[in-house]
Ligand binder design. Structure first.
Ligand code: ZN
Length: 270
């Protein structure tokens, strides 16, 4: 299969067709999981659980096996979700999330269906969907576990910081510290237009204007939704005489920054 000669539109259309197929296959795989579980076939084949069967016999990685089993369990109690999976309106992560949250909330069938409609409306990140579901089921918001490795010197510094903040618990000390940083009054620093890098103040202003979202707009008019690793980019590159002033600056995600640079290169701007 040589894709190199395909036209752009054909390449995109083919990919869309394949994804449709992929969604149907996913729904089908989950139906097979369900039947295997009903028959307790994994026991017959010498596995202690469906999970072990999925990992050792089917060759799934542990996390993938777990997600599929959770997804299958949710579909089993909520068959209404199956057509949504086939149509690609409900993905594996959201399905397994629905299973975990509805199980934790001991949701009724009607509640599970309602939750299903709740997350169907918009395509958001898994974390947002989880918050929405936990809100719906009135579950406590999820606690994040953050593991930080630090050297002895930093650790001692941290202990001293906590003592100074008067907080014994790490979480409350971090909160106090972060609040003090975020609410810190902003010093006005003038940005020199002749320096290449946008200073803290200009960067903050640009990010605010951009709504903390990449400002790249594609040929189809679609704006990139990336909100991480945003960079201040010169519209007219600095090395071509572009100034570091708001009018010549925009916020791009790392990928689009590189992409914009490559495009200039392709167009032989420099
Ligand atoms: Zn972007």
């Amino acid at each position: 299969m040589n894709l190199k000669n395909l036209k752009n539109e054909v390449l995109v259309q083919n990919t869309k067709n394949l994804i449709k197929e992929e969604n149907r296959i996913l729904a089908n795989v989950l139906a097979h999981f369900q039947e295997i579980e009903t028959r307790k076939l994994y026991l017959e084949l010498g596995y202690g659980s469906l999970f072990l069967f999925a990992v050792k016999e089917l060759g799934y990685k542990e996390a993938s096996a777990q997600r599929r089993i959770e997804a299958m369990r949710f579909l089993k109690k909520t068959p209404e979700a199956r057509p949504m999976v086939e149509k690609g309106e409900l993905n594996l992560s959201n399905l397994s999330l629905l299973e975990r949250v509805s199980r934790e909330a001991q949701a009724t069938h009607a509640q599970s269906v309602a939750a299903l409609n709740l997350i169907q409306e918009e395509q958001t990140s898994v974390a947002e969907v989880e918050n929405k579901l936990r809100g719906y089921f009135k579950l406590e918001s999820k606690k994040r576990v953050v593991k930080i490795e630090m050297d002895e010197e930093t650790y001692q510094l941290w202990l001293a910081t906590k003592a100074k903040l008067g907080e014994a618990k790490d979480a409350s000390a971090i909160k106090k510290l972060c609040e003090s940083q975020v609410e810190r009054p902003q010093k006005k620093v003038r940005q020199a237009a002749t320096t290449r890098t946008a200073g803290v103040v200009l960067r903050r202003e640009l990010l605010k204007q951009a709504g903390h979202q990449c400002q790249y707009v594609g040929q189809n008019g679609r704006r990139c939704e990336n909100r991480h690793f945003l960079q201040a980019d010169h519209k007219v590159p600095y090395f071509l005489g572009g100034k570091t002033v708001p009018q010549n600056m925009r916020v791009l995600c790392q990928q689009h920054n590189v992409h914009a640079y490559q495009k200039l290169k392709e167009e032989k701007i420099f």
